[in-house]
Design a protein around this ligand. Structure first.
Ligand code: PLP
Length: 397
Protein backbone atom coordinates (compact mmCIF):
# COMPACT_ATOMS: atom_id res chain seq x y z
CA UNK A 1 0.00 0.00 0.00
CA UNK A 2 3.08 2.24 -0.23
CA UNK A 3 2.05 5.79 -0.99
CA UNK A 4 -1.63 4.82 -1.03
CA UNK A 5 -3.79 5.93 1.82
CA UNK A 6 -6.25 3.43 3.28
CA UNK A 7 -9.71 4.99 3.06
CA UNK A 8 -11.08 5.21 6.56
CA UNK A 9 -14.39 3.50 7.30
CA UNK A 10 -15.70 5.05 10.50
CA UNK A 11 -18.18 2.76 12.25
CA UNK A 12 -17.91 3.99 15.83
CA UNK A 13 -20.58 6.71 15.91
CA UNK A 14 -21.66 5.73 19.44
CA UNK A 15 -18.19 6.74 20.68
CA UNK A 16 -18.38 10.09 18.95
CA UNK A 17 -19.51 11.60 15.66
CA UNK A 18 -17.88 13.96 13.19
CA UNK A 19 -19.21 17.52 13.45
CA UNK A 20 -21.79 18.22 10.74
CA UNK A 21 -20.51 20.92 8.33
CA UNK A 22 -23.66 23.02 8.95
CA UNK A 23 -23.02 22.78 12.70
CA UNK A 24 -19.46 23.99 12.24
CA UNK A 25 -20.66 26.83 10.02
CA UNK A 26 -23.16 27.94 12.68
CA UNK A 27 -20.49 27.85 15.41
CA UNK A 28 -17.73 29.79 13.65
CA UNK A 29 -19.09 33.34 14.18
CA UNK A 30 -19.17 32.69 17.96
CA UNK A 31 -15.49 31.72 17.86
CA UNK A 32 -14.61 34.95 16.07
CA UNK A 33 -16.49 38.23 15.74
CA UNK A 34 -19.47 37.37 17.95
CA UNK A 35 -17.21 36.52 20.90
CA UNK A 36 -19.07 38.52 23.54
CA UNK A 37 -19.86 37.31 27.03
CA UNK A 38 -23.60 36.52 27.14
CA UNK A 39 -23.84 38.28 30.53
CA UNK A 40 -22.55 41.56 29.06
CA UNK A 41 -25.14 44.21 28.31
CA UNK A 42 -23.58 45.67 25.15
CA UNK A 43 -24.56 44.43 21.73
CA UNK A 44 -22.08 41.60 21.13
CA UNK A 45 -22.96 40.21 24.57
CA UNK A 46 -26.66 40.43 23.78
CA UNK A 47 -26.02 38.74 20.44
CA UNK A 48 -24.36 35.79 22.18
CA UNK A 49 -27.21 35.62 24.71
CA UNK A 50 -29.73 35.59 21.86
CA UNK A 51 -27.88 32.71 20.17
CA UNK A 52 -27.98 30.69 23.39
CA UNK A 53 -31.73 31.20 23.77
CA UNK A 54 -32.31 30.22 20.13
CA UNK A 55 -30.32 27.03 20.66
CA UNK A 56 -32.30 26.30 23.85
CA UNK A 57 -35.55 26.38 21.88
CA UNK A 58 -34.13 24.00 19.25
CA UNK A 59 -32.97 21.52 21.90
CA UNK A 60 -36.30 21.74 23.73
CA UNK A 61 -38.20 21.17 20.46
CA UNK A 62 -36.26 18.01 19.77
CA UNK A 63 -37.42 16.39 23.03
CA UNK A 64 -40.88 17.94 23.51
CA UNK A 65 -39.75 20.14 26.43
CA UNK A 66 -40.21 23.82 27.25
CA UNK A 67 -37.11 25.91 26.64
CA UNK A 68 -36.76 27.01 30.27
CA UNK A 69 -36.50 23.32 31.23
CA UNK A 70 -33.16 22.96 29.39
CA UNK A 71 -29.88 23.64 31.22
CA UNK A 72 -26.68 23.50 29.19
CA UNK A 73 -23.86 21.49 30.76
CA UNK A 74 -20.24 20.72 29.91
CA UNK A 75 -21.03 17.14 28.74
CA UNK A 76 -23.35 14.17 29.03
CA UNK A 77 -21.33 13.05 32.04
CA UNK A 78 -21.94 16.38 33.76
CA UNK A 79 -25.67 16.17 32.99
CA UNK A 80 -25.81 12.69 34.59
CA UNK A 81 -23.86 13.89 37.65
CA UNK A 82 -26.04 16.99 37.98
CA UNK A 83 -29.30 15.01 37.77
CA UNK A 84 -28.33 12.28 40.20
CA UNK A 85 -26.32 14.21 42.80
CA UNK A 86 -28.61 17.21 42.45
CA UNK A 87 -31.76 15.23 43.26
CA UNK A 88 -30.05 13.05 45.89
CA UNK A 89 -28.68 15.96 47.94
CA UNK A 90 -31.82 18.10 47.56
CA UNK A 91 -34.14 15.32 48.72
CA UNK A 92 -32.01 13.72 51.43
CA UNK A 93 -34.54 14.60 54.12
CA UNK A 94 -37.15 12.44 52.32
CA UNK A 95 -34.96 9.37 51.88
CA UNK A 96 -31.62 8.00 50.78
CA UNK A 97 -32.49 5.23 48.34
CA UNK A 98 -31.77 5.31 44.60
CA UNK A 99 -32.70 2.70 42.00
CA UNK A 100 -30.71 2.25 38.79
CA UNK A 101 -29.82 -0.58 36.42
CA UNK A 102 -26.72 -2.73 36.21
CA UNK A 103 -26.00 -1.67 32.59
CA UNK A 104 -25.70 2.10 32.94
CA UNK A 105 -22.82 4.13 31.54
CA UNK A 106 -20.03 4.83 34.04
CA UNK A 107 -21.26 8.44 34.24
CA UNK A 108 -24.26 7.05 36.14
CA UNK A 109 -22.77 4.02 37.95
CA UNK A 110 -19.72 5.88 39.27
CA UNK A 111 -21.97 8.73 40.45
CA UNK A 112 -24.15 6.19 42.28
CA UNK A 113 -21.06 4.56 43.83
CA UNK A 114 -19.91 7.99 45.02
CA UNK A 115 -23.31 8.53 46.64
CA UNK A 116 -23.07 5.12 48.33
CA UNK A 117 -19.84 6.31 49.95
CA UNK A 118 -21.78 9.37 51.15
CA UNK A 119 -24.41 7.24 52.92
CA UNK A 120 -26.99 6.68 50.14
CA UNK A 121 -28.13 3.17 49.32
CA UNK A 122 -28.39 2.11 45.68
CA UNK A 123 -30.22 -0.83 44.07
CA UNK A 124 -28.69 -1.98 40.77
CA UNK A 125 -31.46 -3.79 38.92
CA UNK A 126 -30.62 -6.87 36.84
CA UNK A 127 -31.45 -7.12 33.12
CA UNK A 128 -32.60 -10.07 31.02
CA UNK A 129 -30.59 -11.80 28.28
CA UNK A 130 -31.38 -8.94 25.88
CA UNK A 131 -30.36 -6.26 28.36
CA UNK A 132 -33.90 -5.18 29.21
CA UNK A 133 -34.89 -3.86 32.62
CA UNK A 134 -38.25 -5.24 33.83
CA UNK A 135 -40.64 -2.47 35.04
CA UNK A 136 -41.99 -4.96 37.62
CA UNK A 137 -38.51 -5.17 39.13
CA UNK A 138 -38.49 -1.36 39.42
CA UNK A 139 -41.82 -1.46 41.24
CA UNK A 140 -40.63 -4.20 43.61
CA UNK A 141 -37.43 -2.32 44.44
CA UNK A 142 -39.21 0.87 45.58
CA UNK A 143 -39.14 1.47 49.34
CA UNK A 144 -40.45 4.31 51.49
CA UNK A 145 -36.98 5.86 51.20
CA UNK A 146 -36.65 5.85 47.40
CA UNK A 147 -36.05 9.35 46.05
CA UNK A 148 -34.74 8.74 42.52
CA UNK A 149 -34.91 6.17 39.73
CA UNK A 150 -32.39 6.40 36.89
CA UNK A 151 -32.57 4.04 33.90
CA UNK A 152 -30.84 4.74 30.60
CA UNK A 153 -32.94 5.17 27.45
CA UNK A 154 -30.72 3.00 25.26
CA UNK A 155 -27.52 1.24 26.05
CA UNK A 156 -24.36 2.56 24.43
CA UNK A 157 -22.76 -0.87 24.04
CA UNK A 158 -25.44 -3.24 22.78
CA UNK A 159 -28.11 -0.76 21.73
CA UNK A 160 -31.10 -2.17 23.59
CA UNK A 161 -33.88 0.40 24.05
CA UNK A 162 -35.30 0.24 27.56
CA UNK A 163 -39.04 0.41 28.44
CA UNK A 164 -38.69 3.97 29.73
CA UNK A 165 -42.38 4.93 29.32
CA UNK A 166 -43.56 1.79 31.17
CA UNK A 167 -41.12 2.46 34.01
CA UNK A 168 -42.36 6.08 33.93
CA UNK A 169 -45.87 4.92 34.83
CA UNK A 170 -44.43 3.11 37.87
CA UNK A 171 -42.40 6.12 39.02
CA UNK A 172 -45.33 8.50 38.51
CA UNK A 173 -47.67 6.32 40.55
CA UNK A 174 -45.05 6.19 43.33
CA UNK A 175 -44.30 9.94 43.08
CA UNK A 176 -40.56 9.40 42.69
CA UNK A 177 -38.20 11.51 40.55
CA UNK A 178 -37.20 9.77 37.33
CA UNK A 179 -34.04 10.38 35.32
CA UNK A 180 -32.95 8.85 32.03
CA UNK A 181 -29.56 9.00 30.37
CA UNK A 182 -30.62 9.59 26.76
CA UNK A 183 -27.13 10.35 25.43
CA UNK A 184 -27.43 7.57 22.83
CA UNK A 185 -31.02 8.28 21.77
CA UNK A 186 -31.47 12.07 21.50
CA UNK A 187 -31.19 12.91 17.82
CA UNK A 188 -31.28 9.23 16.81
CA UNK A 189 -34.80 8.07 17.62
CA UNK A 190 -37.89 10.06 18.69
CA UNK A 191 -37.53 11.27 22.29
CA UNK A 192 -40.41 13.04 24.03
CA UNK A 193 -40.04 13.78 27.73
CA UNK A 194 -43.81 13.70 28.29
CA UNK A 195 -44.35 10.41 26.48
CA UNK A 196 -41.44 8.92 28.42
CA UNK A 197 -42.71 10.39 31.70
CA UNK A 198 -39.25 11.49 32.86
CA UNK A 199 -38.39 14.41 35.16
CA UNK A 200 -34.75 14.61 34.08
CA UNK A 201 -32.99 13.64 30.85
CA UNK A 202 -29.32 13.86 29.87
CA UNK A 203 -27.93 14.42 26.39
CA UNK A 204 -24.57 15.11 24.75
CA UNK A 205 -23.85 17.04 21.54
CA UNK A 206 -20.96 14.93 20.25
CA UNK A 207 -23.23 11.92 19.77
CA UNK A 208 -25.46 13.77 17.27
CA UNK A 209 -22.93 15.44 14.98
CA UNK A 210 -22.35 18.33 17.38
CA UNK A 211 -19.09 19.34 19.11
CA UNK A 212 -17.52 17.67 22.13
CA UNK A 213 -17.67 19.22 25.59
CA UNK A 214 -21.27 20.37 25.51
CA UNK A 215 -24.40 18.66 26.79
CA UNK A 216 -27.72 19.48 28.35
CA UNK A 217 -29.97 18.37 31.15
CA UNK A 218 -33.74 18.54 30.82
CA UNK A 219 -35.24 19.40 34.22
CA UNK A 220 -39.04 19.20 34.44
CA UNK A 221 -40.54 22.33 36.03
CA UNK A 222 -40.94 21.89 39.79
CA UNK A 223 -38.17 19.26 40.14
CA UNK A 224 -36.24 19.79 43.34
CA UNK A 225 -32.48 19.58 42.78
CA UNK A 226 -29.49 21.55 43.95
CA UNK A 227 -26.99 23.08 41.51
CA UNK A 228 -23.85 21.17 40.84
CA UNK A 229 -21.66 24.18 40.01
CA UNK A 230 -21.51 27.25 42.22
CA UNK A 231 -20.51 30.69 41.04
CA UNK A 232 -22.32 33.15 38.78
CA UNK A 233 -26.00 33.31 37.99
CA UNK A 234 -25.90 31.78 34.52
CA UNK A 235 -28.56 29.29 33.36
CA UNK A 236 -31.08 30.74 35.84
CA UNK A 237 -28.70 29.95 38.71
CA UNK A 238 -28.75 26.27 37.89
CA UNK A 239 -25.29 26.04 36.28
CA UNK A 240 -22.68 28.67 37.06
CA UNK A 241 -19.88 29.50 34.58
CA UNK A 242 -19.62 31.60 31.44
CA UNK A 243 -21.56 29.75 28.78
CA UNK A 244 -19.80 27.80 26.03
CA UNK A 245 -21.55 29.86 23.35
CA UNK A 246 -20.08 28.14 20.22
CA UNK A 247 -20.75 24.73 21.79
CA UNK A 248 -24.33 25.64 22.69
CA UNK A 249 -24.96 26.99 19.19
CA UNK A 250 -23.47 23.76 17.82
CA UNK A 251 -25.76 21.62 19.97
CA UNK A 252 -28.79 23.69 18.94
CA UNK A 253 -27.96 23.35 15.24
CA UNK A 254 -27.27 19.62 15.60
CA UNK A 255 -30.64 19.22 17.35
CA UNK A 256 -32.44 21.08 14.58
CA UNK A 257 -30.78 19.00 11.84
CA UNK A 258 -31.47 15.76 13.69
CA UNK A 259 -35.15 16.65 13.99
CA UNK A 260 -35.41 17.38 10.27
CA UNK A 261 -33.55 14.26 9.16
CA UNK A 262 -34.64 11.73 11.77
CA UNK A 263 -37.39 9.79 9.96
CA UNK A 264 -35.27 9.25 6.90
CA UNK A 265 -32.14 8.41 8.90
CA UNK A 266 -33.92 5.89 11.11
CA UNK A 267 -35.11 4.01 8.00
CA UNK A 268 -31.79 4.20 6.19
CA UNK A 269 -29.71 3.11 9.19
CA UNK A 270 -32.10 0.33 10.19
CA UNK A 271 -31.71 -1.10 6.69
CA UNK A 272 -27.90 -0.91 6.83
CA UNK A 273 -27.84 -2.31 10.37
CA UNK A 274 -29.97 -5.30 9.38
CA UNK A 275 -27.81 -5.88 6.33
CA UNK A 276 -24.66 -5.99 8.45
CA UNK A 277 -26.21 -8.25 11.10
CA UNK A 278 -27.54 -10.67 8.48
CA UNK A 279 -24.24 -10.68 6.59
CA UNK A 280 -22.19 -11.38 9.72
CA UNK A 281 -24.48 -14.21 10.82
CA UNK A 282 -24.33 -15.75 7.33
CA UNK A 283 -20.63 -15.36 6.67
CA UNK A 284 -19.11 -16.21 10.04
CA UNK A 285 -20.08 -19.23 12.12
CA UNK A 286 -20.57 -19.08 15.89
CA UNK A 287 -21.64 -15.46 15.98
CA UNK A 288 -24.17 -14.22 18.49
CA UNK A 289 -26.03 -10.93 18.28
CA UNK A 290 -25.88 -9.14 21.62
CA UNK A 291 -28.82 -7.00 22.69
CA UNK A 292 -32.45 -7.14 21.60
CA UNK A 293 -33.08 -8.12 17.96
CA UNK A 294 -35.86 -5.51 17.49
CA UNK A 295 -35.83 -3.16 20.48
CA UNK A 296 -32.43 -1.78 19.52
CA UNK A 297 -30.98 1.44 18.20
CA UNK A 298 -31.17 1.71 14.41
CA UNK A 299 -27.40 2.18 14.22
CA UNK A 300 -26.10 -0.48 16.62
CA UNK A 301 -24.60 -3.89 15.83
CA UNK A 302 -22.98 -5.76 18.71
CA UNK A 303 -21.83 -9.33 18.22
CA UNK A 304 -19.78 -11.91 20.06
CA UNK A 305 -17.63 -13.97 17.71
CA UNK A 306 -16.43 -17.14 19.43
CA UNK A 307 -12.67 -17.74 19.52
CA UNK A 308 -11.78 -14.33 18.11
CA UNK A 309 -10.65 -11.90 20.74
CA UNK A 310 -12.32 -8.46 20.56
CA UNK A 311 -9.15 -6.38 20.88
CA UNK A 312 -7.39 -8.44 18.20
CA UNK A 313 -10.32 -8.05 15.80
CA UNK A 314 -10.29 -4.33 16.49
CA UNK A 315 -6.59 -3.93 15.72
CA UNK A 316 -6.86 -6.02 12.56
CA UNK A 317 -9.86 -3.98 11.40
CA UNK A 318 -7.87 -0.83 12.08
CA UNK A 319 -5.10 -2.09 9.77
CA UNK A 320 -7.78 -2.28 7.06
CA UNK A 321 -8.92 1.27 7.87
CA UNK A 322 -12.10 0.23 9.70
CA UNK A 323 -12.86 1.89 13.07
CA UNK A 324 -15.04 -0.18 15.41
CA UNK A 325 -15.18 -0.77 19.14
CA UNK A 326 -15.24 -3.58 21.66
CA UNK A 327 -17.60 -1.74 23.94
CA UNK A 328 -17.72 1.63 25.62
CA UNK A 329 -14.94 3.92 24.36
CA UNK A 330 -14.36 5.19 27.88
CA UNK A 331 -13.28 1.76 29.08
CA UNK A 332 -11.63 0.50 25.93
CA UNK A 333 -8.20 0.89 27.46
CA UNK A 334 -9.17 -1.61 30.15
CA UNK A 335 -9.03 -5.34 29.56
CA UNK A 336 -11.93 -6.00 31.92
CA UNK A 337 -14.87 -7.50 30.06
CA UNK A 338 -17.83 -5.21 29.62
CA UNK A 339 -20.06 -4.97 32.73
CA UNK A 340 -23.02 -4.65 30.36
CA UNK A 341 -22.42 -7.94 28.56
CA UNK A 342 -21.72 -9.72 31.86
CA UNK A 343 -24.97 -8.33 33.32
CA UNK A 344 -26.82 -9.87 30.33
CA UNK A 345 -25.43 -13.26 31.31
CA UNK A 346 -22.60 -13.63 28.79
CA UNK A 347 -19.62 -15.71 29.89
CA UNK A 348 -16.29 -13.87 30.23
CA UNK A 349 -15.03 -15.52 27.00
CA UNK A 350 -18.07 -14.33 25.06
CA UNK A 351 -17.76 -10.82 26.46
CA UNK A 352 -14.08 -10.76 25.45
CA UNK A 353 -15.08 -11.77 21.92
CA UNK A 354 -17.46 -8.87 21.39
CA UNK A 355 -17.34 -6.28 18.67
CA UNK A 356 -19.50 -3.18 18.22
CA UNK A 357 -20.20 -1.32 15.00
CA UNK A 358 -22.25 1.86 15.24
CA UNK A 359 -23.40 3.54 12.06
CA UNK A 360 -24.22 7.16 11.35
CA UNK A 361 -24.84 10.03 9.01
CA UNK A 362 -22.06 9.22 6.56
CA UNK A 363 -22.22 5.42 6.61
CA UNK A 364 -22.76 3.88 3.18
CA UNK A 365 -23.83 0.50 1.85
CA UNK A 366 -20.37 0.16 0.33
CA UNK A 367 -18.78 0.45 3.77
CA UNK A 368 -21.06 -2.28 5.13
CA UNK A 369 -19.95 -4.45 2.20
CA UNK A 370 -16.32 -3.74 3.07
CA UNK A 371 -16.79 -4.98 6.66
CA UNK A 372 -18.53 -8.10 5.39
CA UNK A 373 -15.62 -8.80 3.10
CA UNK A 374 -12.82 -8.06 5.57
CA UNK A 375 -14.08 -9.39 8.91
CA UNK A 376 -14.58 -13.08 7.95
CA UNK A 377 -10.94 -13.15 6.79
CA UNK A 378 -9.74 -11.59 10.06
CA UNK A 379 -11.80 -14.03 12.14
CA UNK A 380 -10.48 -17.02 10.20
CA UNK A 381 -6.89 -15.81 10.75
CA UNK A 382 -7.43 -15.25 14.49
CA UNK A 383 -9.22 -18.53 14.97
CA UNK A 384 -6.34 -20.35 13.31
CA UNK A 385 -4.11 -18.91 16.06
CA UNK A 386 -6.59 -19.22 18.93
CA UNK A 387 -5.18 -21.09 21.95
CA UNK A 388 -8.78 -21.95 22.92
CA UNK A 389 -9.29 -23.80 19.66
CA UNK A 390 -5.88 -25.40 19.43
CA UNK A 391 -6.08 -26.65 23.05
CA UNK A 392 -9.29 -28.51 22.20
CA UNK A 393 -11.28 -26.50 24.74
CA UNK A 394 -13.03 -24.76 21.95
CA UNK A 395 -15.25 -27.50 20.59
CA UNK A 396 -18.34 -25.61 19.46
CA UNK A 397 -21.28 -26.89 21.51
N1 PLP B 1 -24.00 8.29 28.81
C1 PLP B 1 -23.92 7.47 27.76
C2 PLP B 1 -24.97 6.44 27.54
C3 PLP B 1 -22.85 7.58 26.85
O1 PLP B 1 -22.77 6.76 25.81
C4 PLP B 1 -21.87 8.58 27.10
C5 PLP B 1 -20.69 8.68 26.21
O2 PLP B 1 -20.18 7.71 25.70
C6 PLP B 1 -22.02 9.42 28.21
C7 PLP B 1 -23.10 9.25 29.04
C8 PLP B 1 -21.03 10.50 28.49
O3 PLP B 1 -21.20 11.59 27.64
P1 PLP B 1 -19.99 12.66 27.46
O4 PLP B 1 -18.96 11.98 26.62
O5 PLP B 1 -20.62 13.83 26.77
O6 PLP B 1 -19.51 13.00 28.82
Amino acid sequence: MKGEEVKRVYLDYAATTPVHPDVLKAMIPYLSDAFGNPSSLYSCGREAKGAIEEARVKVADLIGAQDEEIVFTGSGTEADNFAIKGVAFANESKGNHIITSSIEHHAVTETCKFLERKGFSVTYLPVDEYGLVDPHDVKKAITGKTILISVMHANNEMGTIEPIAEIGRVTKEAGIYYHTDAVQTVGHIPVDVNELGVDLLSMSAHKLCGPKGIGALYIRKGTKLIPFMHGGEQERRRRASTENVPGIVGLGTAAELARQEMDEEVQRLTHLRNQLIKGLLERIDHVRLNGHPQKRLPNNINVSIDFAEGESMLLNLDLEGICASTGSACSSSSLEPSHVLLAMGLAHEQAHCSLRFTLGKWTTEEEIGQVLEVLPRIVAKLRAMSPLLTSGRGKHA
